[in-house]
Ligand binder design. Structure first.
Ligand code: T1G
Length: 678
C-alpha cells in the first residue's frame, strides 16, 4: 500500500507532503511516513531545511480517532514529534484548514509555523474527554505562556491564524493562496540559524511567577467544566509545564492522558463525535440523491419560533420572506430579530455590518403571494392540526410546484398535515428547538411520502445553517419530546408521592443537566397556555398561576427568586402540592434521590428502545444526538442510550421492574442478551 506521505525536493529544501483524506488524520501509516521522510531529510547532505504540509482540505486534523482503544501501532506520535524537533535542520509547518489536536502538536514540534490566513489551530482533545497526548500541553505553554495556553488546552476551542500569530503560536501568515511558496521561502531564510525548539522555551514561567493565572481561569470557566474530568486534567498538565522539566512534564501529561483514555467520559464523548456524524447519514437514501436548490426561504409566523427560525437562514446568507397576519405582529417580530442580532454584536459575536447584512435579507409581508418564489417554506404557527392544514393548503396554492413545505410542529402528525396538499412528497417536519436561533438540534421529520431528494436537501441545509440534524419518523413528540414526556410524567408523580420538587431538579442538575423540570418551567413561564381564570384550578401549575407564581419573570414560580435570580424552595408551593396530593389520595413518603434518578431516566431509556424498535430513529446514536443537542443531556455520558449501555441494560430493566414501570419487549430482549444499544 502506498504511503500517504511523499517527499518533493525543492533545491536544498525537502517538502514532506501528507495526502490522507479526508482530514489527514495522523494514523499509523502517516506517522511512519513522516518518520521516514524526516530521516531521509536528515541523511541527505544536500538538504538544509524541511517543510511539512498537507494536501486536501486541511493540515493534520489530529490523531486518528478510529485507532483509539485498539492496540497501538508504532511509531507513536510523540516519538515522531521528538524526531522532528531534534532535527538540526530547520523544519517548517505549512498550515491550512484546521491544525487540530495531534496536528497542532506536529506544528509545535516543528521549529517554525507559517499558516494561510484562513487557517485555524487548536487542541480540541477535551471535547473528546481527553487532553493532548503528544506533548502539546508541555510545548504550547513554553511557546506562548500559560495564560494563552490555558483556554486552548482546557476549553478546546480553535483560534484563527491571526490570533495564533498574536500569541506567538505562528511565526508568519502566508499570502492568500501562496502557502507552499511562502513556506519554502521562509524555510530557506532560516538555513544556517540555530533551530528554536518549543520544548526549550521559557514563556511558561508566567504560570509559575503568577499562579493567579490558574485561579482566575478556574473562577471564570469552572461552571462550564462542571462534571468534566478532561478540563481539570488539562489545567494540571499546563501547570506542570511551568513547574517541572520538559521530560517530567511529558510523563505527567501521559499519565493524565492514559487515565482519561480508559475512562467512561472519553469513551462517551468519542461515541458522540461519531454519532453526530453518523446521524447525517440516512441508511436507505441513495448516496447520489439529487439536492434541490434552496435560494429563498419563507417562514410563516414572526413569533419567538418563527423569528428564531428565520434568523438561522439570514445568518447563513439565505434570503427570508416572513409572513404574519397582522402588521403589529410582523413589526414586533422583525424588531425582536434585530434586537437579537444587536445583542450578539454587543457580545462581539458578529459585527454591526453583519447585523445589517442579515436584516437586509429579510422581507416582511402580510401577503401569501409574496411566498411564490420560495424554494422552502417553514410554518411556525399555532400548534393546532386544523390551523396547520389550512396554512399548508394555502401554501400549496401559492408556492411554486417545486417548493418544499415544512412544519415546525413539535409533535403533530406530518402525514396528516401532508394530506392538505397535492405534494405530500415535498412535505416534512423541520422541528427547531427554542430559542431556534441558538439551539443546535434540528429534528428532521420524515413523512411516509417524503421524497429522498427532499430529505437529503433538508439534511444538507441543516449543516449549512449550523444545525445538528437527526431524522425522526412520525409519532407523537417524534424522538425528543416523546422521551421527555416520560420524564415529565414521572416528575409530576414523584412530587405527588412526597418527593420534594427541588430534589427532582437537583437530581438532574447533579447528573449534569443544565436544570431540572421545575426550574425549566419557571424559566419558560408557568403561565404559557394558562386559561387566565384563577378560579379554575385543576393542576399544580394552575394553582401556582392563580397565586401569581408565573415563574422567574414574576420573581416566583415553583421557587422564590432573589434579584440575582437565585432560587429558594417555597413553603407556599410545598403546601399547594401537599394539598393536591391529599385531595388525590396520595400517601406521602420520603423519596430518595436514587429512586428519583431511576424513575426520571430509566423510562426515557425504555421509550428510546421503543423508538428504535418502531424504527422512528435510525440508530441509538441518533437518539443520543437529539438529547445532547436539544435537551442538554450531559455529553460526558454519551446520551441516554450510550449511558444506558454503559450502566448495563439489565440494570435499567431491574430498576424499571423495581418501580413497577413498563419495560418494552425490545429493551428486555436486549438486556437479556447482555447486549447494548450498539
Ligand atoms: N480521526 C478520524 N476520523 C476523523 C477525524 C479524526 N481525528 N476527524 C474527522 N474524521 C472523519 C469524520 O468522522 C468524518 O468521517 C470525516 O472525517 C469528515 O469529518 C494525539 C489524542 C477536522 C473540523 O478532535 O473537528 O489528536 O463521517 O464531517 O465538517 O494529542 O472533522 O465521512 O466517515 O467532521 O469538514 C483531535 C476532529 C483528535 C478533530 C473537519 N482532533 N475532527 O470537519 O468534516 S485527538 C479532533 C473535526 C488527538 C493528540 C490527540 C472535524 C474537522 P465520515 P467531518 P468537517
Amino acid at each position: 500500500m502506498t504511503s500517504p506521505i511523499r517527499t518533493e525536493r525543492e533545491g536544498n529544501v525537502l517538502v514532506i507532503v501528507s495526502d490522507n483524506p479526508p482530514v489527514n488524520a495522523l494514523g499509523q501509516s502517516v506517522r511512519a511516513g513522516l518518520a521516514d521522510a524526516i530521516a531521509q531529510g536528515l541523511a541527505d547532505a544536500d538538504i538544509e531545511a524541511m517543510v511539512i504540509r498537507c494536501d486536501g482540505q486541511t493540515f493534520f486534523a489530529g490523531a486518528d480517532i478510529t485507532e483509539f482503544g485498539k492496540t497501538p501501532q508504532g511509531p507513536s506520535l510523540p516519538a515522531v514529534l521528538d524526531q522532528i524537533e531534534a532535527s538540526d535542520k530547520p523544519v517548517v509547518a505549512a498550515i491550512h484548514g484546521t491544525a487540530l489536536g495531534g496536528g497542532c502538536e506536529v506544528a509545535l514540534a516543528c521549529h517554525y509555523r507559517i499558516a494561510a490566513p484562513t487557517a485555524k489551530l487548536g487542541l480540541p482533545e477535551v471535547k473528546l474527554g481527553l487532553i493532548p497526548g503528544a506533548a502539546g500541553t508541555q510545548r504550547l505553554p513554553r511557546l506562548v505562556g500559560a495564560k494563552a495556553a490555558l483556554p486552548l488546552v482546557a476549553l478546546g476551542n480553535p483560534i484563527s491564524a491571526r490570533e495564533a500569530l498574536d500569541i506567538g503560536l505562528l511565526d508568519q501568515l502566508a499570502g492568500g493562496d501562496s502557502l507552499a511558496a511562502d513556506a519554502l521561502a521562509f524555510a530557506r531564510s532560516k538555513i544556517g540559524l540555530p533551530v528554536p525548539r518549543a520544548s526549550e522555551g521559557t514563556a511558561n514561567h508566567d504560570g509559575v511567577r503568577d499562579p493567579a493565572i490558574f485561579d482566575e481561569f478556574r473562577a471564570k470557566h469552572g461552571r462550564a467544566m462542571r462534571g468534566f474530568d478532561a478540563p481539570n486534567a488539562a489545567i494540571s498538565a499546563v501547570r506542570a509545564a511551568g513547574e517541572m522539566p520538559f521530560a517530567e512534564g511529558v510523563k505527567r501529561e501521559r499519565e493524565l492522558f492514559a487515565g482519561l483514555m480508559t475512562g467512561t467520559q472519553s469513551k462517551a464523548m468519542r461515541h458522540y463525535f461519531f454519532a453526530e456524524r453518523a446521524a447525517q447519514k440516512i441508511a436507505d437514501l441513495p448516496a447520489n440523491a439529487q439536492l434541490l436548490p434552496i435560494a429563498k426561504v419563507g417562514v410563516i409566523g414572526a413569533g419567538t419560533m418563527g423569528g428564531g427560525i428565520a434568523m438561522n437562514f439570514l445568518s447563513a446568507g439565505i434570503p427570508v420572506t416572513i409572513l404574519e397576519m397582522q402588521q403589529e405582529a410582523l413589526d414586533r417580530g422583525t424588531a425582536v430579530m434585530r434586537r437579537n442580532y444587536e445583542a450578539s454584536a454587543k457580545r462581539g459575536r458578529m459585527s454591526d455590518a453583519q447585523v445589517d447584512t442579515a436584516m437586509s435579507l429579510l422581507t416582511p409581508t402580510l401577503e401569501y403571494g409574496d411566498l411564490a418564489n420560495c424554494d422552502l417554506v417553514i410554518e411556525a404557527v399555532y400548534e393546532n392540526m386544523e390551523v396547520k392544514k389550512q396554512v399548508f393548503a394555502r401554501l400549496d396554492e401559492v408556492t411554486k410546484p417545486s417548493a418544499i413545505l415544512a412544519s415546525n410542529t413539535s409533535y403533530l402528525n406530518i402525514d396528516e398535515i401532508a394530506t392538505a396538499t397535492q405534494r405530500p412528497g415535498q412535505v416534512l417536519g423541520l422541528h427547531f428547538f427554542s430559542p431556534a436561533n441558538v439551539m443546535k438540534l434540528l429534528e428532521v421529520v420524515r413523512g411516509a411520502q417524503t421524497r429522498s431528494d427532499v430529505l437529503a436537501t433538508a439534511m444538507k441545509l441543516a449543516r449549512k445553517i449550523g444545525k445538528v440534524a437527526a431524522v425522526s419518523g412520525v409519532c407523537p413528540g417524534f424522538i425528543g419530546n416523546r422521551m421527555l414526556s416520560k420524564r415529565q410524567g414521572q416528575a409530576n408523580k414523584l412530587i405527588m408521592e412526597g418527593a420534594s420538587y427541588w430534589d427532582v431538579d437537583d437530581v438532574l442538575l447533579e447528573f449534569g443537566f443544565p436544570m431540572g423540570p421545575f426550574q425549566m418551567g419557571d424559566l419558560a413561564g408557568l403561565d404559557i397556555g394558562w386559561h387566565r381564570d384563577p378560579t379554575k384550578v385543576t393542576t399544580v401549575r394552575e394553582a401556582l398561576c392563580a397565586a401569581g407564581r408565573f415563574g422567574q419573570k414574576a420573581g416566583k414560580g415553583f421557587y422564590d427568586y432573589d434579584s440575582a435570580r437565585q432560587r429558594t424552595p417555597s413553603d407556599e408551593v410545598r403546601a399547594i402540592i401537599a394539598d393536591f396530593a391529599a385531595k388525590a389520595g396520595h400517601a406521602q413518603r420520603e423519596v430518595g434521590k436514587d429512586e428519583i434518578r431511576e424513575r426520571l431516566l430509566y423510562p426515557m431509556v425504555n421509550e428510546g428502545a421503543m423508538i428504535l424498535d418502531e424504527k422512528i430513529a435510525q440508530r441509538a446514536g441518533d437518539i443520543d444526538v437529539v438529547w445532547i443537542n436539544g435537551y442538554g443531556w450531559p455529553i460526558h455520558t454519551g446520551g441516554p442510550m450510550f449511558w444506558a449501555s454503559t450502566i448495563g441494560l439489565d440494570t435499567v430493566v431491574a430498576g424499571l421492574d423495581k418501580h413497577g414501570l413498563p419495560v418494552s419487549n425490545y429493551l428486555r430482549e436486549r438486556a437479556g442478551e447482555g447486549g447494548t444499544f450498539g
